[in-house]
Design a protein around this ligand. Structure first.
Ligand SMILES: [Zn+2]
Length: 450
């Protein structure tokens, strides 16, 4: 048996001194801090926070097929170093894409025996796989993902409204959520035509920002709200960037529609005004918007209008980021942040007076719920998996790309000063990271809804 204690355990009801008894990988009892148990291995976290292991419902691991971009071994090391104990992998960028039950099996064999943390999979809804949607649910996906715009890579096709409407009855019947990249091509094509006609400079971030206007997000979200109402389908808006969509989302949720929303660390940390000419490491879609928009995203989190924060960890080969020599049009879009998401969000949350309990809700409890894993993950509760993080909230550090564990350690966060260090990560009671040392054997397993 293991006994782990802290004077600041982040429990569902608040932060309190407590000790957790762990047997067979689960939290079997929560008792007073100074309780002694004969024969137990004691881990004393002192004044450090003891957090529930974080759950990231938005990562792109790219294996099999594009393991040279990122693979299970490297991504899950970064996750463990960042305090994540469960990841849910997106169905694209890997080859073949996770759009059939057969392809899901290939994903599963790629992950098996390689993963430092637990994991699950989203299945794709693409232009022509409507007949596979039901089978993917039976095969064990935790939900679906679709794009309303070209995803930046060939193979995983975007869906038109008609294709989406053909798939939605199956999605609704599965009871699983449909995660949506919510940008519509119309406003983006119009903006690009206008920009190109005016002889714009694609090395300026302001050009890229203008090319992906708020309207693209707002109109896509309006469409998804309408379809959620029509088909009774659970819809989850991934990586909300534009706060102009919040009003419609608030109304939809007040109406009782099953619509949830996430945003990402980069939208909560960076501001468009601060991106230098040619700094394509900051490129992602939808784009990082103004500082004022960032403050409104924080307010929406506080108000409960945004449910959760996911990383959208999306790595690539370094040369893809510099393709076009600083052109925001040509560079690959995506920011890899599994290892840094917790200190990034904590640094910003603390500055605005948000609590560690709120952070645990946004980065653990709510994502676990989205993935349907909240019967085991997402909270420090008796009976749950002993997925735990010892987090020192005060120590500051400079981001050194050399310390990053994902496959190609390039990051727009390089050199930034952040607060908060992950000292230890436990997966089902076993240490996967202990003061910079990783476990020798990967112990992560696949998670299913129960
Ligand atoms: Zn993504």
């Amino acid at each position: 048996m293991v006994l782990i204690r802290s004077r600041r355990v982040v429990l569902p009801g608040g932060v309190d001194a407590a000790s957790l008894e762990i047997r067979d990988g689960r939290i079997t009892a929560i008792g007073p801090f100074d309780r002694a148990v004969d024969g137990a291995d004691l881990i004393d976290a002192g004044d450090r926070y003891l957090l529930p292991g974080l759950v990231d419902t938005h990562v792109h691991i790219n294996e099999p097929g594009r393991t040279e971009w990122e693979g299970f071994r490297t991504a899950t090391r970064a996750a463990a170093a960042g305090g994540y104990t469960t990841l849910v992998d997106m169905p694209l960028n890997n080859l073949p894409e996770t759009t059939t039950a057969q392809n899901l099996r290939l994903k599963e064999s790629a992950a098996r025996g390689q993963s430092m943390v637990d994991y699950g999979f989203w299945g794709g809804v693409v232009a022509d796989n409507q007949e596979h949607v039901g089978a993917l649910a039976c095969a064990g996906v935790l939900g679906y993902k679709c794009f309303l715009i070209h995803p930046g890579i060939d193979g995983f096709t975007m869906v038109t409204r008609a294709q989406l409407e053909a798939a939605m009855p199956e999605v609704a019947a599965s009871g699983l959520p449909l995660l949506v990249h919510a940008e519509l091509p119309g406003p983006i094509e119009e903006a690009c035509a206008r920009l190109n006609a005016s002889g714009c400079d694609w090395k300026r971030y302001s050009t890229y920002l203008a090319s992906r206007p708020d309207a693209a997000e707002v109109e896509a979200i309006e469409l998804m709200i309408e379809l959620s109402r029509k088909y009774g389908c659970r819809v989850h808006i991934v990586h909300l960037s534009s706060t102009e969509a919040l009003h419609e989302l608030r109304l939809a949720r007040a109406e009782g529609l099953p619509v949830t929303v996430e945003t990402c660390p980069h939208y909560l940390h960076f501001g468009a005004e601060d991106v230098a000419v040619g700094a394509t490491l900051y490129k992602c879609a939808p784009p990082i918007r103004s500082r004022a928009n960032r403050e409104r995203l924080w307010q929406a989190l506080e108000d409960g209008d945004i449910d959760l924060i996911a990383s959208d960890h999306s790595p690539c080969l370094p040369e893809m980021k510099s393709r076009g020599d600083g052109s925001f049009l040509e560079a690959w879009g995506g920011i890899a942040s599994l290892q840094l998401a917790l200190p990034v969000v904590w640094t910003e949350a603390r500055r605005r007076g948000s609590s560690i309990s709120q952070l645990a809700r946004w980065m653990s409890t709510e994502p676990a719920k989205l993935a349907g894993l909240d019967n085991r993950k997402g909270a420090i509760r008796e009976g749950n998996d002993a997925d735990l993080v010892i987090f020192d909230p005060d120590t500051k550090f400079h981001v050194d790309p050399a310390s990053l564990q994902h496959r190609h350690p390039i990051t727009p966060y390089a050199g930034e000063m952040l607060s908060g260090v992950v000292e230890m990560t436990l997966l089902r009671g076993g240490k996967v990271l202990d003061h910079g040392e990783f476990a020798k054997e990967p112990r992560g397993v696949q998670c299913f809804r129960v």
